[in-house]
Ligand binder design. Structure first.
Ligand SMILES: Nc1ncnc2c1ncn2[C@@H]1O[C@H](COP(=O)(O)OP(=O)(O)O)[C@@H](O)[C@H]1O
Ligand SMILES: [Mg+2]
Length: 350
């Protein structure tokens, strides 16, 4: 409760409006991210969930302007602390990413340079950004490696990535990502490649580090236990759109969108979710290169099957505010009328 009040009063660090990212293909444009609205407050942890192919990674990369050809951002805005990210020059972008952003991806070994000692990989960005000597940067790197739980960090700093376990490599990635105390950390399935026992430790490290530094975290994950333990807010993606977003306590117990409900249905109690993965829903994500006049989830939607609403197949549902900082995209939200007679419709940029 306390946390929630804090978040509603702090101004957003990141504001995304109407974001659209598409890939050119022989079959036409693949709309991987569409009409995404999302804000992240300073110090807030957002869990981004959704089945494979729903656009989570493309969204994460779009925020950082790391989308490679044949992909590009075709619409929308991204503001970071009031700065317009989509109009930054290459130079501004690289300074911004270096100073304010940390990134952690699924395969730690793949993100590290195989031929450089890990100590240097942690020290180099410190040396450049803080203009300190090599020796001072090295010492700082060793301290950082210790703080992320690397045993014998003086020796391990001399190691090459292949000499580390997966868990150690991901700790090193966290040390690199947090070395410059970024304001926003983007972690895309950071523990998926690790042993279950290591996962919990790495996630705690991630959460505690973010809390200590006041870093905001956008955490892409498949694991509901992770969401329950770490996130303040949860956004659920489906076929390129955020279909529901709200506080973790609401999202894990009474989500309103049929897709979010289906995914999280199993959620018994917040405390019992450790290691629980998202549920499978019959059917699969639609072809994102085909025109979708209605709701992308309609073909798989039980609610639509029952209610037979025309709107579900003729127009995309708007992102509707259904509670405090809680919105969903569905033409048949059961709670919308009961809970909030004047459901506010947030403009939908198609
Ligand atoms: N390099 C690419 N070229 C073409 N299409 C892509 C590319 N990367 C992603 N996509 C499209 O974007 C969709 C979403 O991908 P992604 O964001 O990686 O999903 P998620 O991370 O949720 O599993 C994919 O299903 C695919 O259609
Ligand atoms: Mg992904």
């Amino acid at each position: 409760m306390e946390q929630h009040q804090l978040q509603t009063t702090s101004p957003p660090l990141l504001t995304i409006r109407g974001l659209q990212t598409q890939f050119t293909s022989a079959r036409g444009a693949i709309k991987a991210v569409q009409s995404v609205d999302l804000t992240i407050a300073a110090g807030e942890i957002i869990g981004l969930v959704g089945e494979s192919g729903s656009g989570k990674s493309v969204l994460a990369l779009s925020i950082l302007r790391l989308i490679q050809s044949p992909g590009r951002i075709t619409q929308g805005q991204v503001f970071f602390a009031g700065r317009d990210v989509l109009t930054m020059s290459k130079r501004e972008l690289s300074t911004w990413r270096g100073r304010d952003i940390g990134m952690i991806f699924q395969q730690p070994q793949g993100s590290l340079n195989p031929v450089r000692r890990i100590g240097w990989q942690v020290a180099e960005p410190l040396r450049q950004q803080e203009r300190i000597s090599r020796k001072a940067a090295w010492d700082k790197a060793v301290t950082l490696l210790r703080s992320v739980g690397i045993p014998a960090p003086e020796e391990k700093a001399l190691a090459y990535p292949h000499q580390l376990s997966g868990g150690q490599a991901q700790r090193v990635m966290i040390a690199i990502a947090l070395a410059l105390r970024p304001r926003l950390l983007i972690a895309d399935e950071p523990t998926t490649a690790l042993d279950v026992t290591i996962q919990a430790q790495i996630l705690e490290l991630l959460r505690d580090s973010c809390r200590d530094f006041g870093t905001s975290l956008l955490l892409v994950t498949h694991d509901l236990g992770v969401v329950a333990r770490l996130a303040d807010r949860v956004a659920v993606m489906y076929a390129g759109r955020i279909v529901e977003e709200g506080p973790v306590s609401v999202m894990l117990t009474r989500p309103e969108h049929p897709y979010a409900r289906g995914l999280l249905d199993a959620a018994p109690r917040l405390g019992q979710l450790a290691g629980q993965r998202l549920k499978d829903i019959p059917g699969s994500i639609p072809d994102l290169s085909r025109p979708m006049p209605g709701c992308a989830f309609a073909p798989r939607c039980e609610r639509r099957a029952k209610l037979e609403l025309d709107a579900c197949v003729t127009a995309p549902p708007p992102f509707t505010l259904i509670g405090e900082r809680h919105s969903a995209r569905c033409w048949a939200l059961p709670q919308a009328e009961e809970a909030l007679p004047i459901a506010t419709v947030v403009e939908d940029r198609v």
